[in-house]
Design a protein around this ligand. Sequence first.
Ligand code: FE2
Ligand code: FE2
Length: 150
Amino acid sequence: MSMKRAIERIALADARRFEERMRGLQEKILEKCQNDATRRILKDLIAEEDEHLRRLDQVSAPESRSKIEKRPELRGRTVREMLTEILEMEKAAVAFYDLLAERTAVPAFRELFRGLAAAERRHEACLAEHVRNVLPSSPWQKSFGLRAVL
Ligand SMILES: [Fe+2]
Ligand SMILES: [Fe+2]
């Protein structure tokens, strides 16, 4: 295998692990979250990360497909804190895919990574808006009845 091809394989395997980790965290938050709007967003994100995994699988080596990672741990305690952690991961995903798109020598992969970067950018924007506008950030806000949105 050429060096170039080996590097592509490593990049694809990293992307896959990243997607699995994000999906795992999103599922964990979904288990703890009661709010309908937040649940809808999480379900949409999980469905999209699944679609990203399928797209990566179409071009990945078979041996990298079946590894299921242990479910990652969440550091945040509240739904807001957990969503903020996911938001940071979506931001990191944008940077990661932008970099892969820029560095890859394979035109088909460049399109794939560009498409994934665009999707993660939408995830980031959607979560940022939700955290900013819907989820209460202080006990003061919670005490005025906004707790229900959690
Ligand atoms: Fe993704
Ligand atoms: Fe995402």
